[in-house]
Design a protein around this ligand. Structure first.
Ligand code: XMP
Length: 517
């Protein structure tokens, strides 16, 4: 396995993803990992990430010195290359001039890391690579034993290598897709130079996880809060395969799910897979608690609190549960470690089962802790979950509760469900669902006039929202074809009694959040 030491670059997670895509397991740890921990990790190779600091600062972050004594290959990327150069006796100079974006590097000497990789040729037999740069400082003098292996017009030392020790540095970022040969470069480093086998595949991950869960929980019983979302669904499928009848799932139906969603969850898990799922129909309780409440934050709080209450009540009825399973995934783990408190445990989102572990004295079982979302999805498919479930758009914990503006009532939820299913069905039918990140309908409790046939209607309004985003922190509204929007609007107005007008939300995030509340 490969150790990635993180110096705080935005791209560190991408390095890990590329390494795993080449079939090799890796972990990200902070740069100040102790020498003993680095040694104990037992890496076949180490990657030093980029970072926002300058190695010319008074006390810059440095790699643990043992990194260079372990006799394993080391690859420094951007800041990682600079700190490697400096720590091994070279010289780095600061610069106020940042180079950012596309650059072309030219190979300068044979090098195991770069040989044979090329996007163009310079006419003199030298390879040219299109790369992505983002740096201010640069290496000015190489440490003893290194040769320059590539240059650009502005950076004479854009890559360096010491083949005898298998130390490599690149000033550019191979982990981003703009560096066209980047994935190849990283694959070559981990597979050929470090000699790691490509063992990290969905099948192997499942086999390893099953073995680990069995060892962890033994013959104890495990409880899982199933939400129907991707992460908890994959945990459910995995645990079922690992421990079968020792798993009990609780699925709380708060009446704010999409059309048929509850039945689909039960169908997949209880009927097809034979998982023990307790479905709690708590819709009335939720609607009652939400009655008269129009404030978005208070609505969220009510839904969250009730969810925990219902879940706890069900859990308390069960005998002999020792473990609580959760769908925590690797980005959650890295984020909490990155916050420097280090130990904070991220309990997932809406079905945040707050005080439960303490009160019931449950231990946590988090089999997806090391996986990225795309890996979780691959696992889900491999475990036999329906593709629609595994690749579905995110759905917020409070469900339709935050998509019915103002007071939430059952009649409003029923109207919204009908409109929403039309929108999503048409997206799927037109092959647009997988090309957008999140789509849904919103219920506006205002009425507008319409003429239908010879009659007058005075009915509610539906807003459609559809966005494209990578990380859900920023989003762009999807440029859906007019013809498509026209079709959806007509179907909703004709088929949903009580809706007379449909609008399309063309607000970007920021400032408008993806959800309306
Ligand atoms: P916003 O509306 O903040 O949403 O732009 C960003 C993403 O988060 C989802 N979201 C939630 N997910 N519980 C969740 O589990 C919540 O309370 C919640 N609020 C928003 C939203 O659907 C979008 O994907």
């Amino acid at each position: 396995r490969i150790l990635i030491l993180d110096f705080g670059a935005q791209y560190t997670q991408l390095i890990a993803r590329r390494v795993r895509e080449s079939g090799v397991y890796c972990e990200i740890h902070p740069w100040d990992m102790s020498d003993a921990d680095v040694q104990a990790f037992g890496a076949r190779g180490i990657i030093l990430s980029g970072g926002p600091e300058s190695v010319t600062d008074v006390t810059p972050p440095v790699a643990p010195s043992v990194v260079f004594d372990l006799k394993v290959p080391v690859l420094g990327i951007c800041y990682g290359m600079q700190t490697m150069a400096k720590q091994l006796g070279g010289r780095v100079t600061a610069s106020n001039h940042r180079e950012f974006g596309y650059a072309q590097v030219t190979s300068a000497a044979p090098c195991r890391l770069l040989d044979g990789l090329r996007d163009h040729s310079d006419g003199q037999g030298r390879a040219l690579l299109d790369v992505w740069m983002s740096h201010g400082d640069r290496v000015e003098e190489l440490p003893a034993g290194f040769v320059a292996t590539a240059f650009t017009n502005s950076v004479p030392l854009a890559a360096m290598a010491d083949e005898s020790r298998q130390f490599y540095g690149v000033q550019f970022h191979p982990e981003v897709t703009h560096t066209l040969q980047g994935a190849q470069l990283l694959e070559r480093f981990v597979r050929e130079i470090c000699g790691c086998e490509a063992r990290w595949s969905a099948g192997n991950i499942i086999a390893d996880s099953i073995a680990r869960v069995r060892e962890q929980v033994g013959s104890d019983n495990v409880l899982l809060g199933l939400s129907g979302g991707v992460d908890s669904s994959v945990v459910g499928a995995l645990l079922h395969r690992a421990i079968g009848k020792q798993l009990t799932c609780v699925f709380v139906d708060h009446g704010l799910l999409r059309l048929n969603e509850g039945d689909q969850v039960m169908d997949t898990f209880a009927r097809h897979m034979g998982v023990r799922v307790i479905r709690v129909d708590a819709a009335d309780r939720f609607f009652k608690a939400l009655k008269g409440e129009a404030d978005p934050e208070r609505k969220r709080k009510i839904i969250g609190r009730l969810f925990v209450e219902v879940f706890e009540e069900e859990a308390a009825k069960l005998q002999g549960i020792r473990w609580l399973a959760q769908g925590t995934i690797y980005p959650d783990v890295i984020e909490s470690a990155g916050s420097k408190t280090g130990k904070a445990h991220v309990i997932k989102s809406h079905h945040n089962v707050g005080g439960l572990p303490e009160k019931m004295n449950l231990k946590l079982c988090e089999p997806l802790r090391e996986l990225f979302k795309d890996e979780v999805r691959k696992l889900g498919v491999e475990l036999g979950l329906p593709r629609e479930m595994v690749y579905r758009h995110p759905f917020p914990g409070p469900g339709l509760g935050v998509r019915i503006l103002g007071e939430v009532t059952k009649p409003y939820a029923d109207l919204l469900r009908q409109a929403d299913v039309i929108f999503l069905d048409e997206l799927r039918r037109h092959d647009l669902y997988d090309r957008t990140s999140q789509a849904f309908a919103v219920f506006l409790p205002v009425r507008s006039v319409a003429v239908m046939g010879d009659g007058r209607r005075y009915d509610y309004v539906i807003a459609l929202r559809c966005v494209e985003t990578i990380d859900f922190m920023t989003a762009r509204w999807s440029r859906l074809p007019y013809e498509f929007l026209d079709l959806v609007a007509r179907r909703i107005i004709n088929e949903v009694q009580g809706i007379s007008r449909v609008t399309y939300d063309i607000s970007g995030k920021p400032p408008a959040t993806i959800e309306w509340e």
